[in-house]
Design a protein around this ligand. Sequence first.
Ligand code: MG
Length: 216
Amino acid sequence: MATTTGAPDTVAEATGATNTTASAKAAQPAAIELAASAAPGAAPSVAPPSPAATLRTGLGIDVHAFAPAEAHRRLVLGGVDIPYERGLAGHSDADALAHAIADALLGAARLGDIGKLFPDTDPTFKDADSLVLLAQACQAVRGAGFDILDIDSVICCQEPKLSPHRDAMRRNIARAASLDVDNVGIKATTTERLGFEGRSEGISAYATCLLQRKDA
Ligand code: MG
């Protein structure tokens, strides 16, 4: 029993040894199975494959460097034109957030990535509106038999301040993905002046999503 101070009375309590016997017993079948499979000549114990899950998660990451001010590039994130002295360099409008979200969705549907769908060597996508590319990626995901349930994302950026633009970005992404705005999360963070984002050399964006098979 522990004292009222919370300090253990015995070494056994301090180490959790009073529970060791029970947990050791519970672990026995698994231990025996492992030992059997490790025995020379024994067939490994492998669980039968489970049916394909109906839910899928996706992860997308994108990075763009800032172009020099003389390049007069726009800074576009989540389809919002953000007032700043420099824009991001890229073949399209360099909307890192839209690209990260598209990659998360395509990854979850096992459709490759944004570079496969929209190669940056294709002049069609020069200065392309990335919300249009995102909408096309969503169409491909739905065409592959998935409902898009939810998206969350983070933009890492030392400057400019993005929070005033968050709701506009959410509305844009929701419209492009044909989702309720409540199912689009966008957060922004600095990196405490660390790394390329912290030195304002570029911006990174991370996104996750949840899909469900339509026939589930
Ligand atoms: Mg990109």
